[in-house]
Design a binder for this molecule. Sequence first.
Ligand code: PMP
Length: 767
Amino acid sequence: MSQMPEIVKPFPMHELLKVSFGFHSVELKKLNGYDNVNYLVETERGNYIFKTYPFSAETFDLVEAETEFLHALQKRFHGRIPEPVPFEDGNYVKLIEFGGQKLVGRLLTFLEGKFMGDLNPSKSEYRSLGIFLAELDLELGKQKNYLIQSRKWEWDIQSLDLVHQYLEDIPSAKDRNTVRYYFLQFEENVRPQLSRLRKSFIYNDANEWNILINENQDLALIDFGDLTYGPLIQEVAVAMCYAAYNKADYLELAVEVLRGYHSVISLQEIEIEVLYYLISARLCISVCNSAHAKKADPENTYVSVSEENAWKMLYGWLKINPVEAENRFRLAIGYSRRQVNSHEESLEYRNQYLSSILSVSYSKPIIMERAAFQYMYDAYGNTFLDAYNNIPHVGHSHPKVVEAGQRQMAKLNTNTRYLYDILPAYAEKLLAKFPPALNRVFFVNSGSAASDLAIRMAKWHTQKEGLMVMEHGYHGNTQISIDISDYKFSNPKGQGQKPFILKTNLPDTYRGLFTTNDGTAGKAYAKAAIQQMQAFSQPIAAFIAEPIVGCGGQVPLATGYLEALYPAVRQQGGVCISDEVQTGFGRVGDSFWGFEQYGVVPDMVVLGKPMGNGHPMGAVVCTQEIADSFEKGVEFFSSFGGNPVSCAIGLAVLDVMEEEGLQENANLVGNYFKSLLMELKEKYACIGDVRGSGLFLGVDLVKPGTTIEDALLAKTIKNHLRDRMILISTDGPKDSVLKSKPPLIFTKENALQVVEETDRILKDYPC
Ligand code: PMP
């Protein structure tokens, strides 16, 4: 472009329009655009739209390019797209000096009709939209324009990385991390396919405020400012996104757009594969741009018009299994569902190589495909609400954890015999969560390895061999861990109790010997344990217990129990170990560690499961004194413990917990969840007890009027919940306790869903 046609006189706008286009009478109505100002122009010759944009050379050229497209499309789509109207001098686009501002201006015909956003369009109208877009794309495909072709900009899904910079403008950490999740999925599932997707010029903005339906039910499109050279399927994705985003069933109408489009341009399987993630990417662009615009101009309300629906859909989209979405897309256009092995085939394959000693959950096992936050997706397209798995502590596939691992794995993974700062940095952050006396950490790769190491260290430190353990306790799968796990060694098929093991009674205030949980029961249980300890054949090196005994059926220790027992253990020369593999890292809600609920400080703490959100990590945290003793023995080395990848992941878990306030969430949602379960207990006599803390809860099922365990009912509820797409487990010595310990991002809505479904199941049982 050599010279820009220009108007310089600062007329009032209506005068400017009269002079520029030869109108005699002009009535103006200002319409706010995303980043420009448009006017509805009513004249004696009819209605027009005058569009103005803040001037830049690039904008000028882009508007000219768009104008060329609009001209080229007139032959085929006259009346269904705006037509550019020339200024009196024959130019279609001009530079305007207006009120001291430089603007780019151009006039378009006004199209009659109602916005799709103001209507309740039918399936056939969404199908027509798909057809219209495909027909448009066929025409657009014949065009040439290097400016549009080379344009890299924020509303183009294939350039999703351009909006990454706006993430920090989103105020809520949870929202940010949800968007990050979709970014990550885009990189994993779409980016590698981009070069294989068919490209063309596309309209790229089929949202409900750009589509008009006129009296004859014909569709028209306005605003070609988002023209892009990109994957054809992106055209469909954008239209489907807006067809979905304020609907109760996101897919119902959206697939009609797909159907319509496919009836004109036959879509390929690879294009269908990326659709789920292209749709969510579009929503991410929308919320990122809104957040950025809002930050830059808090007064601009136009940008947030669709934001609320976009957020709602981003969270709602997580409830749709990507496999299910793909299958719905495939079926809509005549492809068959994706082929999946049957449960039997999968099980048979597994059993060819793996021992049947590894149990599989449910009589009808689940073939898991992927997972996101508190949802798990099976291979058939089902979405399960995960009310059970505590290992993905901050959520399945949490993007910050995944990215921390990916980045560090690509950079350095080695062992603790070299120096790398991320090791002390993680240790520092982790130890800051403990009382000051617990100031040394040893990293391993599992809870079992940590229990094993803790016992070894305790024995070495105390020079004693006896071990006092809790009835129904579980501490891991190594030989020492089994030795100290009543849950395993007392099993009818177990190894039995070793002579150096002293087992104490579970201080259970629901079903145990002492039930007054005001400190009386705790003291009585402790007294009995102390007597046992004194009468035992050998001195105790350590007493190990979980703060809430999971395999015992989520049984909290009686109030005052640890307070009375810990000093006695120490007095006879032993150390006290808290196994926080299940209860640690904020799960219990009102404290970060389970032991804190009882007002005690152990000498050693065993960590595992949630520490790496699924990445295998474990640790022993102990006092300086115990670490000093251990240092006098042989070198301790773990090939993987404390490696930089684990440290990066462990750090990310702690960061996410802080930024998303997950301990507080465990407290808030856990209290709500428990209160709902208590209400259920009032309703059904077969619920004997509801216990636990935060998001670590147990529901004890009994024969009505007794404390006799009802394992069959527990199993029935567990299986029925599975049929209702909720994962929960049963535990306890008789397997009669429903156990819930979901990822800490669990919401009140999720808790309500679990309780409502349980209620529906219980209605059918006479109790
Ligand atoms: N301690 C407790 C309380 C546990 O629940 C477990 C595992 N269920 C372990 C230790 C052992 O952890 P891992 O399976 O990671 O070895």
